[in-house]
Ligand binder design. Structure first.
Ligand code: SAM
Length: 163
């Protein structure tokens, strides 16, 4: 989405140099019930529908120990966003904000984050509630919640992974 016709009143774009500095490695895909942005919630809810983090085979082993956590942080690439707005009017009500004052998917590096509830892990797929992204959104990373109270139980010795 980079068309000038998509702009709302007072929104401002910049001309971007080609992206060249970082190479992300997607680790899988996110499966959700939402096929259009209009269907997606603006922020996920912990009692929302179950979604799946489907990891590529090479990363299955990297999930070891994650089951000890009730809440996990998910990072994803909002791949259908434009990336050139500095000012945005998300509600089309005349109010305009800088991109970094918003959690809009439209940003120079469209990274989304969500704290989600871990339901279960089966064969390289992590079942969670609390997401807000389109079906097929690329998955960047998964981390245990940093909150000290989040482990369900003391992790077993085999599950201790250095942070
Ligand atoms: N929870 C994340 C955060 O705060 O970083 C994302 C919040 S963003 C407001 C969520 C919205 O991004 C959704 O309502 C939808 O309109 C849009 N969105 C979801 N998946 C997307 C994708 N793959 N590409 C572009 N936009 C997407």
């Amino acid at each position: 989405m980079t068309n000038k016709d998509d702009l709302r009143p007072n929104e401002q774009t910049v001309t971007l140099a080609p992206a060249s500095d970082a190479s992300l490695r997607f680790i899988g895909k996110i499966r959700t019930p939402w096929r259009s942005r209009q269907q997606c919630p603006r922020q996920g809810q912990i009692d929302g529908p179950e979604c799946q983090l489907v990891l590529d085979l090479v990363w299955h082993e990297a999930l070891r120990g994650l089951e000890a956590y009730e809440m996990i942080e998910v990072l994803y690439w909002l791949d259908r966003s434009r990336r050139d707005l500095v000012l945005q009017s998300p509600k089309s009500d005349g109010q305009t904000f800088g991109t970094f004052a918003l959690r809009s998917p439209v940003r120079p590096n469209p990274i989304g984050t969500a704290l989600v509830r871990l339901e279960r892990i089966e064969a390289g797929t992590v079942y969670v509630r609390g997401l807000d992204c389109l079906d097929g959104t690329p998955l960047i990373d998964i981390k245990p919640d940093r909150c000290a109270f989040s482990p369900k139980a003391p992790p077993k010795p085999a599950a201790i992974i250095p942070r």
